[in-house]
Ligand binder design. Structure first.
Ligand code: B12
Length: 212
């Protein structure tokens, strides 16, 4: 099997160590890091997303695939050129304050990275000040907020309000998602968009950045 196929399969099946071995062998053969992502790793995470969407994959399968993909992309990212790294646009994302759910966010991160966006993941339980600081410092095209409980949803308008107060709201598109959030809620709080799942999150970012 060609390395592309092997890497795709290893990522999709969440075989992290196998994926790392294939990547280092490919690098030893002087294959371009961007090509490794584009021809092997990205198709692997996209395939996992497809199997999840079709109900063939269960949550643990998706988590393993996401972890394998993230491992590989973190290893390859420093090797990419500036242009390649910035990719099609940049996104800062995190789960809002008080919220420790991250599985859905991590899938969104992996799918966005897989689609060529540069993603800074602030992690879980992110305070509004940290979102604002990150927007100020790294000037991303999009800020993604995840909330997975009805109790933490209300942090989202607070983040937007803090952006307004910091004079940064016009600089960044704000998208929201997570099981607790709805399209109506996104509109109500003045977000620029809502994504029901990771695939929608990617097409939303594409639409907001005028790329698709
Ligand atoms: C796994 C889980 C946990 C794990 C989280 C592990 C982790 N590392 O993430 C643990 C055990 C830690 C946990 C803890 C708690 N949980 Co919990 N948890 C869940 C569970 C079972 C699954 C969530 C999940 O991962 N779903 C799968 C992912 C793929 O779906 P998703 O998150 O919706 O993400 C998709 C989309 O929403 C979208 N998306 C996600 N993020 C973003 C972001 C953007 C910007 C966009 C555009 C799109 C997007 O794309 C994703 C991929 O398609 C749900 C119940 C359920 N079946 O949904 C409860 C649930 C969310 N938990 C709940 C609760 C109450 C808690 C606890 C308070 C429980 C407790 N009493 O201790 C704590 C709170 C911890 C905290 N401070 O946050 C409640 C929330 C109820 C509510 N009021 O809304 C739920 C709904 C369970 C229930 N029915 O009561 N939980």
């Amino acid at each position: 099997m060609a390395w592309e196929e092997e890497l795709k399969r290893a990522i999709c099946e969440g075989e992290e160590e196998q994926a790392e071995r294939i990547v280092s062998a490919a690098l030893d053969e002087n294959i371009n890091p961007w090509e490794i992502l584009e021809r092997g790793a990205i198709p692997g995470i996209i395939e996992a997303g497809r199997l999840w969407q079709e109900g063939e994959y269960f949550l643990p399968d998706v988590i393993l695939a996401t972890e394998a993909y993230n491992q590989v992309s973190v290893a390859l990212e420093p090797l990419l050129s500036e242009g390649e790294r910035r990719g099609r646009g940049s996104v800062v994302i995190g789960s809002v304050e008080g919220d420790a759910h991250e599985i859905g966010k991590n899938i969104v991160v992996a799918m966005l990275r897989g689609s060529g966006y540069q993603v800074t993941d602030l992690g879980i339980d992110v305070e509004k000040e940290a979102f604002v600081e990150s927007v100020r410092e790294s000037n991303p095209d999009v800020l993604g907020l995840g909330a997975y409980m009805t109790t933490t949803m209300r942090r989202m308008p607070e983040v937007i309000q803090s952006l307004i107060e910091a004079g940064l709201r016009e600089r960044v598109k704000v998208i929201v998602g997570g099981a607790a959030v709805t399209e109506d809620y996104a509109k109500k709080i003045g977000a620029d968009g809502y994504g029901k799942d990771a695939a929608q999150a990617v097409s939303l970012v594409e639409r907001l950045l005028g790329g698709g």
